[in-house]
Design a protein around this ligand. Sequence first.
Ligand SMILES: NC(=O)c1ccc[n+]([C@@H]2O[C@H](COP(=O)([O-])OP(=O)(O)OC[C@H]3O[C@@H](n4cnc5c(N)ncnc54)[C@H](O)[C@@H]3O)[C@@H](O)[C@H]2O)c1
Length: 311
Amino acid sequence: MILVTGSSGFIGRNLVKSLLSDGNKVVGIDIEDCPDYLLTPTKTSNLSDENFTFVKGDLRDGDVLRSLFDRPIEYIVHLAAFTRVVESVNKPSEYFENNVVVTQRLSEEAIKHGVKKFLFASTNAVAGDVGYSVINENNALFPQSPYGANKAASEMMLNAYKSSYGLGAVRLRFTNIYGKDMATKDSFIARMCKAALGDKKIAVYGDGTQVRDYVYLDDVIGVIKRVLSLDSPDIIVVGSGSSVSVNELVKLVEETIGLQFSVEYQDAKKGEMKAVIVDNGSLKSIGIDKTSDLGEGLKFTWDWFKHSSYI
Ligand SMILES: NC(=O)c1ccc[n+]([C@@H]2O[C@H](COP(=O)([O-])OP(=O)(O)OC[C@H]3O[C@@H](n4cnc5c(N)ncnc54)[C@H](O)[C@@H]3O)[C@@H](O)[C@H]2O)c1
């Protein structure tokens, strides 16, 4: 049985769907309601409610967290977190409690109950401002935001728990994830798709020359499933390995959609990195040589927005 925390979130709900389609037994926990498509099996899908248990609850509540282990959990994919870099600058204590303390308690329960693997959703932002240097799994950790520091602190703890107690911890350092079903996100690609369906206005923080790596959701789900089933390194950089500037991304989305945005340039936000350029060579160690092309991924993402009824 696989425990997915944050199972109503962007990655969580899509990961659960994929794990259930493969016939796994899954328990999900989230503060937010579970999407209907996970709770209501249909004739066209082989999802089965027998294989899925949803717990609506807050992991900061110790009783709720401990009660998850009444089930025979063998694997944990820990996705639950507060995830907004800019918000973390204004709410550092709340972020620490939810992103670090919860990870510590969950990993200690995992050790107590003999969980085989603990996959942790981290970020390349743990590396901090490396200018335009390429980030790989060996970078020293110099996070710039409380959010990045939460992930770095959790990573350090998991490393120590692996050495001290044999916890099967794997840290997955994601870049910016995009894809279908991301209307709940406030990230840049989601904001552009929503603006395209609305007033066509977008805000760019800074001058738009900051560089980012965007990785497609299905690639990320593929990596998580591989790591659950194979021996893997302790740290995996999960990115496309090919970065673009925010201005280039705007152009690419405009071409994909066939419109022009009205762009307002605003002050750069504190805690944001100038560039995220990653070497995703660690994916090769789990048999992944190639990730999706950004242009193709944007087409699928836009197609989902066009046809979804979220708006
Ligand atoms: N999406 C990305 O681009 C990206 C990039 C790097 C790292 N990550 C990490 O991946 C993970 C998942 O990201 P996402 O995009 O799906 O985020 P998301 O915000 O869509 O989902 C997170 C989910 O966790 C839940 N949650 C938060 N605190 C909780 C608590 N105390 N108890 C129960 N549920 C709680 C939220 O309700 C939410 O549904 C996060 O840890 C995030 O930091 C994501």
